[in-house]
Structures are given as C-alpha cells and as structure tokens.
Ligand binder design. Structure first.
Ligand SMILES: *[C@@H]1O[C@H](CO)[C@@H](O)[C@H](O)[C@H]1NC(C)=O
Ligand SMILES: *[C@@H]1O[C@H](CO)[C@@H](O)[C@H](O)[C@H]1NC(C)=O
Ligand SMILES: *[C@@H]1O[C@H](CO)[C@@H](O)[C@H](O)[C@H]1NC(C)=O
Ligand SMILES: *[C@@H]1O[C@H](CO)[C@@H](O)[C@H](O)[C@H]1NC(C)=O
Ligand SMILES: *[C@@H]1O[C@H](CO)[C@@H](O)[C@H](O)[C@H]1NC(C)=O
Ligand SMILES: *[C@@H]1O[C@H](CO)[C@@H](O)[C@H](O)[C@H]1NC(C)=O
Ligand SMILES: *[C@@H]1O[C@H](CO)[C@@H](O)[C@H](O)[C@H]1NC(C)=O
Length: 507
C-alpha cells in the first residue's frame, strides 16, 4: 500500500494555474484535485485500520490501454486510438459478483476511479469487479493529433457510448464473464448522463445505472443555472440568505454600470486584472471571471473548506467591509489567495488561444474538448440575461455561442439544431428506461437539467436537500448531512433490491 500511495502521489498533476482566463476552469481543476487528495486520505485511513496481515494484501489497480476504432460508425476510416482503463478485482466474488463500471468524461481519470467513492463502497458490499474507462479524447485516451480541427469530429457522446460497448466485450473476455455477472454503471455530471444513456441504449449490456448530477436535458440557453445559483445564495440550509443574494446582485449591477461607462481602470486595479481590459471581449471575460467565483462556489459548495456559500455570504453581507462593490473585491482577493493567483487573466484573446490549442495534456480537465462538445451536442451556456439573475449581464448567450464559430467553425445557428438532436436522441429529462437512479443535490445548479421526478417504479429520482454537484459520489465522511446519508442508503437499497430480485444471492 505504501508503494501504491506513493505511486498515486506521483500521479497528482501540478495545477496549471495562470494559463489563461476563465476562473471556472481553474475552480474545476482545483476541486478535482482536492477530491483526489481526500480520496487518497480516505484510502490511507482505511489501510491504517486494517489488521497487520491485511496491510500487505493491497495491490495497485491494473491500468491498461486497449485499441478502439476512431470512428465506430464508418469503417472506411481505419484509424484507432488507445483508450485507458483501470481494473480493481480485489473485492470481486468471481462466481457471480457484479461488475461496477465507472464512466469517465470532461477530464482525465485516475486510479482512484476504482479505489474510492460511493461506487467502491457499494462494490465492497456487493462484491463487485470494479472497472473504469476514461472517455475518448480526455486524459491519455487520445492520439497526439486528436485535438486538431479535423480529428476532433470523432469526439461525441455517441462514439463514447460505442466505446463503452466495446470495452464491455473486452472486459468480458479478459475476466471470462458470463450473463451471471451483471453490470451496473456509475457516473457524475456529463458521465452521469452517459451512465443513464448506456443503460437506456444498451440494456442487453448493462443491468442498471446510477446517474449523479446528470444534465440529461441539453439546452442552448441554460438560464436555469443562475436561477438555482440565486436560490442557493438565499438558502439558509447552506448559510445563504435573501440579504446575501441581494448584496451579490447589487455588487454586479454596480460593476455592470461601470463597465458600460467604458473607463475600466478603476476595475482593473480593484480586481487585480493582469492586463488593461481591451474591448468588449475582455470586459466579458472580466465579468465572467467574477461571476465564476460565485457560480463555482455554489456548484461546489462544501467541497473546499472555506470556499463555500456560507463564507461567500459572510463576506458579501459584512457591512464593515464597505459597499457591496468593496465586498466583491474582498471576495475576489480571497479567491486569488486560495488559488495562488498574482493577478486575474481577463484576456479574451488568451481564452481563444487556449481553446484553439491542440496540444494534448494527459491530465486535468479537457477545456477544448468540453467546449467542443457543448457546441456540437449540448449547449449548456450559463447565461445571465434574465431579470432575476443576480450576476453580470455580460454573461450573454451570444458571446458564448460565438466561440463555437471562432474556435471550431461551428455556425452559431447550428448549435440549437445539435441540442435538439441530442434531446430527440436520448429523450431529454423523460428518458424511457428502467433500473436507473438519478441523484441530484438541490443546491447544484446542474440539477435543473436532470430527471427530478420518478418516471416509473424502476426509473427513480432522488433529490438531496442541501448538497451540491455530485456530493453523493464521495465516500462517506464524518460531517455528511443526514439527507446525504439517506440518499446513499436509498441508492444502496435500490441496487440491493434489483440484484436480489433477478438472481437471488446471499449478499
Ligand atoms: C488504412 O487505410 C488506408 C487507405 O485509406 C491504407 O492506405 C492503410 O494501409 C490502412 N491502414 C491499415 C492499418 O489498415
Ligand atoms: C478613469 O477612472 C479612474 C479611476 O476610476 C480615474 O482616475 C481616471 O481619471 C479616469 N480616466 C478618464 C479618462 O476618465
Ligand atoms: C486591443 O484589441 C484590438 C482588437 O480588438 C487589437 O487590435 C489591439 O492590438 C489590442 N490592444 C492591445 C494593447 O492588446
Ligand atoms: C467583517 O469584517 C471585519 C473586517 O474585516 C471583520 O473584523 C469581522 O470579523 C467580519 N465579520 C464577520 C461576521 O465575518
Ligand atoms: C428546436 O426545438 C424547438 C422546440 O422543441 C423548436 O421550437 C425549434 O424550432 C427547434 N430548432 C431547430 C433549429 O431545430
Ligand atoms: C421516488 O421514489 C423513491 C422510492 O422508490 C422515493 O424514495 C423518492 O423520494 C421518490 N422521488 C421523488 C422525487 O419523488
Ligand atoms: C431541507 O432541510 C431543512 C432543515 O435542514 C428544512 O428546513 C427544509 O424545509 C428542507 N427543504 C426541503 C425542500 O425539504
């Protein structure tokens, strides 16, 4: 295990800070990284609690690469890429223990995908074979020329699901699996949608699915995101208040008035911009970066100690810090300190440059890849043009969709059609499936696009009071609220019921 821990430590990528704008991307990276550090600690604590003889038995999960067709739907293209996966067979009961598949997406996967988390806790109980598959085009699962304008076309959720079908066959052969070994898939956020869709489109391969914080309904103009942000800022369950929401809204409307006047040198100094704001592109980034701090804090509430809604509201409602505008500068400074940023990069040109970069990085969040998927499949643009939105009006649909043509040559007019197709193809938020559990936290802005009502007795929606994005996927922790514990218990009970009903087995 010590070997394992040190091997995993080496895997921790350095945070790539200061490489271009968009605070949300930096926040995502940070949250992913600290989730992994917590999983590492969790593993270490588990290991320490083992009896001496158990301590030696730990093994490093098997990491592998296997070849996939670049295009499952056109065999005239004989290109392939190598896809990365992990297997942990330690908990598996070989005769008929199920297979738990953890699905990747949006970024690189790591060995933790088969070592810790809600699905691993369940695997321990149900004696499952744990496997995980990194999504094509993310992490190391990509050819060196994969991100070129020509080759990025083979990145799609349909290709991703076809990869999962091939992977199913590959693992089946490797581990001599039969129909007795039932598969249950897990995923959160976009991979949560993939989890539900894999069960729906491939019911002969997958027995059941858990879809956490899965925005299964594609939407071009995702106005609901900031509606939830607004509600969460006012929600006393997480330390919000109406006063807090109002203070945030006041600060941003003051900001917008200054931005509209054109002289931005005061803003540049107060919010420590790395450069002078040049034109509407930079002003949009500036407003977006500040909004990202609020949006990221809500989306990942309680993930980062100190950077949660309660703390944000403590600052935004503290009158001794001055006007709401001044309080926003304090919030910004605090964010910069946490992230170790000397200044905030508000250059729109840098953002475009970063999105156009075809350099493959085998770790972290896939910015270019994910933006491409929003243009080609999902939309999901988090805008603030509605009356009730408490953030900056500079978060427009137009500016976000413009990037589709500027970076990928996808006409903004075609994005709505792509979004419609995605919903027609998968059934939006009323998919006709069975044995799927949709889990969402009501603080999480993404829950607005998920399945929130029970569709049938075997297509179940669980809403957790007071939790944010994918909170249920973490291993159980001391401070977890009762609502979160109950939700995990319901997932466990449902899986147990489904497994026991089809093939009685003394679990
Ligand atoms: C792939 O197809 C091209 C023609 O399109 C051919 O020249 C090449 O030999 C093929 N490669 C393999 C590995 O079959
Ligand atoms: C712009 O604003 C700054 C401070 O906010 C002020 O010092 C400066 O004189 C203004 N410049 C112009 C050209 O108005
Ligand atoms: C400001 O932006 C314009 C085009 O939008 C560009 O031509 C100019 O070089 C930029 N100036 C600076 C100082 O970056
Ligand atoms: C408000 O800000 C002041 C000045 O920084 C600080 O001393 C005080 O503790 C803050 N109050 C709260 C409730 O956080
Ligand atoms: C997309 O779907 C909406 C409603 O479902 C429809 O009003 C709209 O015309 C469609 N747009 C395109 C481009 O297909
Ligand atoms: C769906 O049904 C389950 C019981 O099967 C229940 O626990 C859950 O609260 C229901 N969800 C909603 C949103 O009503
Ligand atoms: C969430 O829990 C709080 C208590 O912690 C309760 O006051 C509130 O009504 C609950 N909200 C919902 C939607 O059930």
């Amino acid at each position: 295990m010590w070997l394992l821990i040190s091997a995993l430590l080496l895997l921790q990528p350095a945070l790539n800070l200061g490489s271009g704008g968009r605070n949300m991307w930096l926040i995502k990276e940070k949250v992913h990284r600290s989730r992994e550090l917590r999983l590492q600690k969790h593993l270490l604590d588990n290991w320490k609690a083992l009896p001496a003889e158990g301590k030696a038995d730990w093994v490093v999960p098997k990491e592998g690469l296997f070849p996939q067709p670049l295009d499952h739907f056109n065999r005239r293209n004989n290109g392939t890429f190598k896809q990365r996966y992990w297997v942990n067979a330690e908990l598996w009961e070989h005769q008929r223990g199920p297979v738990f598949l953890f699905i990747g997406g949006e970024g690189a996967l790591t060995p933790y995908s088969v070592l810790a988390g809600e699905h691993v806790d369940l695997a321990r109980k149900y004696r499952a074979l744990l496997v995980s598959l990194e999504h094509r085009y993310y992490g190391a699962s990509i050819n060196p020329d994969g991100l070129s304008d020509q080759n990025i076309q083979f990145l799609s959720s349909q290709q991703g699901l076809a990869d999962l079908a091939t992977f199913h066959e590959f693992i089946k052969q490797q581990y001599a699996l039969t129909g007795k070994h039932r598969w249950i898939c897990f995923g959160g956020s976009y991979p949560g949608s993939l989890s539900a869709w894999f069960r729906m489109k491939f019911p002969h391969l997958v027995f059941a699915a858990v879809a956490s914080s899965a925005p299964v309904r594609a939407q071009l103009d995702f106005t609901g995101y900031n509606e939830v942000v607004s509600r969460s800022l006012s929600n006393p369950v997480v330390g919000g208040s109406l006063k807090c929401r109002t203070a945030v809204a006041q600060a941003f409307s003051r900001l917008d008035r200054i931005l509209a006047r054109g002289n931005t040198s005061g803003l540049e100094a107060d919010f420590r911009s790395c450069q002078k704001l040049n034109g509407s592109g930079d002003r949009g980034e500036f407003a977006g970066n500040l909004a990202d701090i609020v949006m990221g804090t809500v989306q990942y509430n309680a993930e980062e100690p100190g950077s949660d809604i309660a703390n944000l509201c403590r600052i935004m409602t503290n009158q001794s810090l001055g006007s709401t505008y001044r309080r926003l500068t304090v919030l910004n400074k605090k964010y910069m300190d946490v992230m170790g940023l000397p200044c905030v990069d508000n250059s729109h040109r840098n953002v475009l440059e970063q999105l156009r970069s075809t350099e493959v990085k085998p770790f972290g969040v896939g910015l270019r890849q994910w933006y491409y998927q929003t243009c080609a499949e999902f939309g999901y643009y988090q805008t603030c043009e509605d009356k009730g939105c408490p953030l900056s009006r500079w978060l427009t649909l137009r500016s976000q969709v413009a990037i589709c043509v500027q970076v990928f040559g996808i006409d903004p007019g075609n994005v709505q059609g792509a979004v419609n197709f995605t919903n027609d193809y998968y059934g939006a938020d009323h998919p006709a499936s069975s044995r799927v559990i949709f889990v969402n936290g009501d603080i999480d802005p993404w829950h607005a696009l998920s399945v929130l009502k029970n569709q049938s007795r075997s297509e179940v929606a669980l809403i957790i009071n007071g939790t944010a994005h994918c909170a249920n996927m973490n291993p159980e922790e001391e401070g977890d609220p009762p609502s979160l514990r109950q939700a995990r218990q319901k997932v466990d009970d449902q899986i147990g019921t489904w497994l026991a009903k089809e093939h009685p087995y003394p679990w």
